[in-house]
Design a binder for this molecule. Structure first.
Ligand SMILES: Cc1cc2nc3c(=O)[nH]c(=O)nc-3n(C[C@H](O)[C@H](O)[C@H](O)COP(=O)(O)O)c2cc1C
Length: 170
């Protein structure tokens, strides 16, 4: 059974999880920008990772462009974001909005914590964060947006890795 890990992120958090999974499962890893169309045909299953910016999945347009090739494949989908994993409804809403309906039932969903180091951000992303903080409903939310954090850890891949392993040897 053949599978591949495809990801789209901006500052390395999603890439890090994709690489850890690749090492653990001995699967190849590629940024979404390097694979499309017919090249997807030979895979039985896909592991797809994305981060979230202003409520939008980074990988959204790639999913739409390649929809016809993804439609009948098993997908393990992981999402990386700042919203705490405990706020599952908010995390799920990002997927509901960003994953085409035709794919939603093919996916098994996983949610990972992210990281944000302000000095690494583009001026545009810094600006968006500042705007977000101004519009934030609570001071706690405001503080979260303006504070660096790094919650990326290999321990978070345990469940998805076990599920994929199980699927591969079924
Ligand atoms: C400008 C900006 C907007 C963001 N918007 C959201 C958001 O709407 N929801 C959320 O949960 N996290 C949001 N995040 C947090 C990112 O998803 C998080 O930092 C993630 O780890 C980024 O992963 P990446 O480096 O792979 O892109 C935002 C971060 C930035 C810098």
């Amino acid at each position: 059974m053949q599978g591949i890990i495809i990801y789209k992120g901006k500052y390395g958090a999603t890439q890090q999880y994709a690489e850890w999974l690749g090492e653990e499962l001995k699967l190849s890893v590629t940024p979404a920008s390097n694979i499309k169309g017919e090249a997807l045909k030979k895979y039985d299953f896909l592991v797809i990772g994305t981060s979230v910016y202003i409520g939008k999945l980074q990988i959204e347009s790639w999913l739409r462009i390649n929809l016809s090739l993804l439609e009948h494949k098993k997908i393990f989908f992981f999402q990386v974001a700042a919203t705490p994993v405990e706020q599952l409804e908010k995390r799920q809403a990002y997927n509901t909005a960003g994953i085409p309906n035709e794919l939603q039932h093919n996916c098994e969903y996983y949610y990972f914590p992210g990281k944000m180091i302000r000095k690494n951000l583009s001026w545009k992303d810094k600006f968006m964060l500042k705007m977000g903080a101004i519009l934030a409903k609570s001071s706690a939310e405001k503080k979260t947006m303006l504070t660096d954090y790094d919650n990326v850890a290999i321990s978070h891949i345990k469940d998805i890795a076990a599920a994929i392993e199980n699927y591969m040897h079924k």
